[in-house]
Design a protein around this ligand. Structure first.
Ligand code: KIV
Length: 258
């Protein structure tokens, strides 16, 4: 049965952890879906891990849609959420509506994610949800603001943690169905998770969120550098290198094809 937003809210109420992973193509999406992941996020981390950019900023809405279509074709059960990329929603609620509308219409994904929780973003979330577009929020370290924030942990002072808590509440009030909490202190994430009725999905935010998300390349050991809060569950860099070296050797030695 396909995962629904209502089920995710129930998961929080029943204390069932929500499992989220990113995917950027058909093959990986199909595997994650078969493995029973609840939410597959076509993150704008696509820019860095699949397209080789230094930051998430360069990826375009057209590129996000192109990859999201491939992901969606591989998924039967999981809820597919697509990141709205940098400057595809910040200009105005109208711009956000146009971008989110394209994502839902052209990819078949069920929801969009956008970063930040200031009053302008909350207003945008409110307009999108009023139009029937499910929105996932994202506060704490927001990579689209890398040139302001760097990749440092956020919410370390009382003032900053108060602000992040306020943003999370504003996003919930605006109609967001879940919120990613990225790279913030575990006690702040626990406090936000307790205050909100909607699920929080943590990444570098400790164990007391309502679910966890990882970038799939990090989990698979494909990333050259792992963020401090990520965990590799296998080492595909090694596995792939070895397989390719074996293939090259057999071709050069005339052993393949037999
Ligand atoms: O773009 C992304 O992959 C994300 C996750 C890290 C939450 O936003």
């Amino acid at each position: 049965m396909p995962v629904t937003i209502n089920q995710l809210i129930q998961s929080k109420q029943q204390g069932r952890q929500i499992v989220v992973l990113t995917a950027y193509d058909f093959a990986i999406a199909e595997l994650l879906d078969r493995a029973g992941v609840d939410i597959i996020l076509v993150g704008d981390s696509l820019a860095m891990v699949a397209l080789g950019y230094e930051t998430t900023l360069p990826v375009t809405l057209d590129e996000m849609i192109h990859h999201a279509k491939a992901v969606r074709r591989g998924v039967k059960e999981a809820l597919v959420v697509v990141d709205l990329p940098f400057l595809s929603y910040q200009e105005s609620p109208q711009q956000a509506m146009h971008s989110a509308g394209r994502v839902l219409k052209e990819t078949g994904a069920q929801a969009v994610k956008l970063e930040g929780g200031n009053p302008a973003i909350a207003q945008t979330v409110s307009q999108l949800t009023l139009a029937g577009i499910p929105v996932m929020g994202h506060v704490g370290l927001t990579p689209q603001s890398v040139h302001q924030l760097g990749y440092r942990k956020q919410g370390k002072t009382a003032e900053a943690s108060e602000r992040i808590l306020g943003e999370a509440i504003a996003l919930q009030d605006a109609g967001a169905f879940a919120i990613v909490l990225e790279h913030i202190p575990a006690d702040l994430a626990a406090q936000i998770s307790q205050k909100l009725a909607i699920p929080t999905i943590g990444i570098g935010a400790g164990p007391d969120c309502d679910g966890q998300v990882l970038v799939i390349n990090d989990l698979l050991g494909l990333s050259v550098r792992l963020p401090p809060f990520a965990k590799a569950y296998t080492n595909l860099r090694e596995t792939i290198t070895e397989a390719v070296q074996n293939y090259a050797m057999e071709v050069r030695e005339g052993k393949f094809p037999e």
